[in-house]
Ligand binder design. Structure first.
Ligand code: FDA
Length: 378
């Protein structure tokens, strides 16, 4: 073995694939019983509809090198992501756009008129001097839109009143003064034609890559544990940064998600893939209806049944899957201390969303793995 990769998410698999293609023998370990990290998907046992087990994953990128690289392993469907939100029993398009504004204010504003209205309503606070998230949001988009679309949704995401959240949680709240409601602005987007797991398996399918599942880097009863390997062979570590150092600087905090799955006796529950719920009286933040991610599979998916997943957000405990970094001031100080320790580790390269304590979209995880390979490992 020339390289040990801890974690088989997109970061780890990109490193493993590049290294194997360059002639190195790579072992990838993952503590889960499947490869792919959070991008893993599987066919729902009751309906056969592909479900993303760790939350909906939409691929998008504007980086030519990443787009070229991912197309070696999968083709992409022409799926274009759009999100809607329900507020007081009415459905609006997101992100907030001219369509949202005109529907909300029951008006026919032109782009200039809508811009002037939002500017006037936002005058209540200076976003640069905001004392908390609520003041900053009002200073960016005005109170009426904030109270309808941001306040309760944010409170559900953080289990915290936005008045008690730091202003830094948001830097921008983009408003589009057009009817364009494509969710992503990237050059390329789409979903893997044969599903995420087929894509991830093709990345790992190389004679010089060995994958060992249900193998925890910190489990001293398995031969490739930390104490046995570090210093003997280069390691790319994509597990949690604090866990590597036994939380010596304190635990980094994360938000997690709970998913509640339901199979319904209808061919179409909500007419779209993602519906947000903006109001406080609905406890979940959104509902995913997975069949809508693949309209091209209509003839394969059942016509009279559908699978939906309600998503709930909360702070993670040690036992939960870490999903989104909280990045409170205490976390930021700890991350700096951990990075300092990481820089002193011989031959251990920290990467990925857990290893760097950063939210990374898939194209960012793949792009940063390609850079790490080229700049530090090749
Ligand atoms: P990832 O978490 O995927 O993989 C890390 C792996 O390390 C895991 O498999 C884990 O089991 C393993 N591991 C950890 N500790 C270990 C140990 N001690 N020993 C062995 N293995 C260990 N992106 C996007 O582009 N579009 C989208 O729509 C979404 N949607 C989305 C929704 C939600 C809810 C989340 C949380 C994230 C997204 N993402 C996304 C982001 C996407 O999930 C992210 O880019 C990739 O997971 C990053 O891949 P990594 O390899 O960095 O981590």
């Amino acid at each position: 073995m020339d390289l040990l990769v801890v974690g088989s998410g997109f970061f780890g698999l990109t490193i493993a694939e590049r290294a194997a293609s360059a002639g190195r023998r790579v072992t990838v370990i993952d503590r889960r019983p499947h490869i792919g990290g959070n991008a893993y998907s599987e066919d729902d046992p009751d309906t056969g509809i592909e479900v993303h087990r760790y939350g909906a994953h939409l691929f998008h990128t504007s980086t030519p090198a990443v787009w070229e690289y991912v197309n070696r392993f999968t083709a992409f469907t022409p799926y274009v992501h759009r999100v809607y939100t329900t507020h007081r029993g009415v459905v609006y398009p997101l992100p907030i756009s001219l369509g949202t504004i005109n529907q909300f204010f029951q008006a026919a504003y032109t782009p200039d008129q809508a811009r002037a209205l939002v500017r006037e309503q936002a005058g209540e606070f200076d976003p640069q001097r905001a004392a908390n998230l609520e003041e900053r949001a009002i200073g960016l988009i005005g109170r009426p839109l904030y109270e309808a679309f941001i306040r309760d949704y944010t409170a559900k995401q953080w289990q915290t009143d936005p008045k008690d959240l730091p202003a830094e949680v948001i830097s921008r709240l983009p408003v589009r003064y057009s009817y364009d409601n494509r969710y992503f602005n990237d050059t390329w987007e789409g979903l893997p034609v044969d599903g995420y797991t087929a894509w991830l398996e093709r990345m790992a399918d190389h004679p010089r890559i060995e994958v060992r599942l249900e193998t925890d880097f910190f489990d001293r009863t398995q031969p490739l544990h930390k104490q046995a390997v570090v210093g003997q062979v280069p390691v790319v570590y994509t597990g949690p940064l604090d866990r590597y150092f036994d939380e010596a600087e304190g635990e980094l905090s994360w938000r997690t998600l709970d998913f509640a799955r339901d199979v319904l006796e209808t061919g179409d529950f909500q007419g779209t893939s993602v519906m947000n719920y903006a109001d406080a009286d609905v406890p979940y933040t959104r509902i995913h209806e997975f069949r809508h991610f693949h309209p091209e599979r209509a003839d394969r998916y059942p016509r009279d049944r559908t699978v939906i997943v309600r998503e709930y957000s909360r702070f993670a405990t040690r036992e939960d899957e870490p999903y989104y970094p909280v990045a409170a001031p205490a976390d930021r100080a700890r991350v700096l201390a951990y990075r300092e320790r990481a820089s002193l580790e011989p031959d251990v390269h920290f990467g990925g969303r857990l290893g760097t304590y950063q939210y990374l979209d898939m194209h960012m995880a793949i792009g940063s793995a390609l850079s790490m390979w080229q700049n530090r490992l090749a």
